[in-house]
Structure formats: structure tokens, C-alpha cells
Design a protein around this ligand. Structure first.
Ligand SMILES: [Zn+2]
Length: 92
């Protein structure tokens, strides 16, 4: 599964398709994620075995929840099933 037959829904970069995460966003766009006030957010696994953690990049403080914004697109960040972080747009 190395075909790049998915496109980042934000910037259009070709990405490997994922049946589990059909709308996943590329890493470069995930790095632009902010909260609804424009405060930069970062996402990480809690430990090597997984878990999800969101932090404010400016202070390193824990950030609540999974919702983030990339540009004007509301997105949902979560732990990927095989490790790492996956972010997808949220409709409406
Ligand atoms: Zn992108």
C-alpha cells in the first residue's frame, strides 16, 4: 500500500490512501493546527504504546479535547490505530 491515491483535504498533497482514515490530513497541515482562537496546538501519543495528548505549543500546557482548526477547517485529532496521530476534517 504505497500508492499515493489520496490527497490532503487541506492542501492537496498526495498521500497514501487509508481505508480507516479516508480523509486524513498531511503532517505539514497538522503542524498548522490551532484552537478556535488561533493558539497553536500540537498532538502526540502519551506513550510509545499509544494514547492521545493535545498541548498548546506556546506553553506546553495540556489542551482540552480533540477539536482543532487548520485554516478555517474544523478538524478532529486522535490517536491513530497503529500509533501516531491522525487528523481529519469535521463536517459541519
Ligand atoms: Zn496538507
Amino acid at each position: 500500500m504505497s500508492e499515493l491515491d489520496h490527497e490532503c483535504p487541506i492542501c492537496g498533497t498526495p498521500l497514501p490512501a487509508s481505508s480507516r482514515y479516508p480523509n486524513h490530513i498531511c503532517e505539514a497541515c497538522v503542524e498548522k493546527a490551532t484552537d478556535e482562537r488561533g493558539r497553536p496546538l500540537g498532538f502526540a501519543n502519551v506513550s510509545p504504546t499509544g494514547g492521545f495528548q493535545a498541548v498548546y505549543r506556546d506553553t506546553g500546557a495540556d489542551a482540552p479535547g480533540h477539536t482543532c482548526y487548520i485554516g478555517s477547517t474544523r478538524c478532529w485529532a486522535d490517536e491513530a490505530r497503529m500509533g501516531g496521530i491522525v487528523v481529519e476534517p469535521v463536517d459541519s
